[in-house]
Design a protein around this ligand. Structure first.
Ligand code: 2M8
Length: 414
């Protein structure tokens, strides 16, 4: 497997690996498919794709032992995984992998087609789990139980959710991450205590989907996860058309429509941005982050999309005068919450640039897609493949040689 990064992340992360397989497909479709053997090999009996599949490498906290998923009945035997998920970008990545393989023709195309036929039912189970377990009220919004599920771990969008968590008995935190990245670029110990607290709450109910909502302190209707599901459900519907599964294609189109409706319903009429929902507080939250532009991921309403596009490319975001490259930071540089070096609290993330560019292309917005590609490549020309970048200086931060940052360059250049 390709680890998410050589030192900081020595295991396979679910959405990292999905993205990375797109880059690998340019080099070898057969090699790209190997990533999926691990991703799908770890699929839980419920259909969930876990966020980490652990390799035999102890130097990461929290490792398999801390996750405690050995008690989870749904986890496949012999597979060491975490017990939460990440954004469902898998189907949209597989559709892209298949397109790359087909363009190569011959054996690569045949392999890609055979892989797609094998992947479609697994993706269907994954999406069905997400709707069943994470949209229990059937409103289309995907609920998450940990900031790590969003992939945007410590984004200020989750501050209101974390602030109410009291950790009665703080634990020892062997922060292996701080060996490889500066503490000023990573979440704080206070944040980590809360991360571990949520894992412990899931362990207490043996990671059972039906029991988690009653005990978990963190219940967020995540608008970015929801938009990712909508985009991936459309991709899966197109693949199901090709494999001749009309029922699945219809199911996935309905799922996509349902999710898109929820994303659009979250839009704040004043700001024009999408909002998460706080189930414990019973209202939307109003923290502006890159997730606020989720309508650009899933489309569905031309006026909303046009407004979000104008804001994203405007002077508070990509076009900010202090920005080194016209790329979106994770938090606007004008926002008092922005900390331009600190992880998901401000830096520019190459993989986000790739995802927004990919979705823009899907929706026919070639200008936005090529703008992101051009600026994204200029940023990655340092060949450091930073996990994230300081928006004003372009300095690479966090891990270097981050796999999904390299993937963005590889895909854009080939
Ligand atoms: C980051 O998350 C992990 C926990 O899952 C960590 O900080 O240890 C996030 O950026 C996440 O989105 C990403 O998948 C992972 C690996 O790159 O790192």
């Amino acid at each position: 497997m390709v680890t998410a990064a050589p030192h900081l992340y020595p295991h396979q992360w679910s959405w990292d690996a999905a993205f990375v397989s797109v880059g690998l497909a340019h080099l070898s479709v057969a090699r790209a498919i190997v990533e999926w053997d691990t991703i799908f090999g770890a699929q839980w009996a419920t259909g969930m794709l876990p966020h980490i599949v652990f390799a035999d490498e102890p130097d990461y906290f929290p490792g398999f032992g801390v996750w405690g998923t050995e008690i989870a009945a749904a986890r496949p035997d012999g597979v060491e995984s975490s017990g939460i998920c990440q954004p469902p970008v898998h189907a949209l990545c597989i559709e892209q992998l298949v397109a790359i393989g087909r363009a190569q023709g011959g054996e690569a195309a045949e392999r890609a087609d055979a892989f797609m036929a094998d992947a479609v039912p697994r993706l269907a189970r994954w999406h069905a789990w997400m709707s069943r377990a994470r949209d229990r009220e059937g409103i289309g919004l995907v609920e998450i139980h940990h900031g790590w599920e969003s992939g945007m771990d410590n984004s200020p969008r989750f501050d209101p959710f974390y602030e109410r968590i009291e950790v009665a008995t703080p634990k020892a935190l062997p922060r292996t991450d701080l060996k490889y990245a500066d503490a000023s670029e990573r979440p704080s110990d206070r944040e980590y205590q809360r991360y571990i607290h949520l894992i412990d709450q899931m362990i207490a109910v043996e990671f059972e989907d039906d029991r988690i909502p009653a005990v978990i302190d963190f219940r967020c209707g995540d608008v970015f996860m929801t938009a990712s599901l909508a985009a991936s459900a459309e991709a899966l519907a197109r693949m199901a058309d090709e494999t001749g599964d009309a029922d699945l294609a219809a199911t996935e189109r309905a799922r996509a429509e349902h999710a898109r409706t929820a994303v659009l319903a979250s839009v704040d009429p004043t700001t024009g941005l999408c909002r998460d929902y706080d189930y414990h507080a019973g209202h939307h939250t109003d923290v502006a982050s890159i997730a606020g532009f989720s309508a650009l991921i899933c489309g569905g309403d031309d006026a909303v999309v046009a407004r979000q596009r104008a804001i994203l490319t405007g002077p508070q975001w990509m076009g900010h005068p202090d920005n080194r490259y016209p790329l979106p930071p994770s938090i606007s540089l004008d926002d008092p919450a922005c900390r331009p070096r600190e992880y998901w609290r401000g830096p520019v993330w190459p993989i986000m640039n790739w995802l927004f560019a990919h979705c823009a292309l899907q929706q026919g917005d070639t200008a936005l897609a090529s703008g992101l590609r051009e600026a994204g490549l200029a940023q990655l020309a340092d060949e450091e493949f930073g996990e994230y970048y300081e928006p004003r200086t372009g300095e690479p931060l966090g891990s270097h040689q981050q796999s999904w940052s390299a993937m963005a360059a590889l895909d854009w250049l080939t």
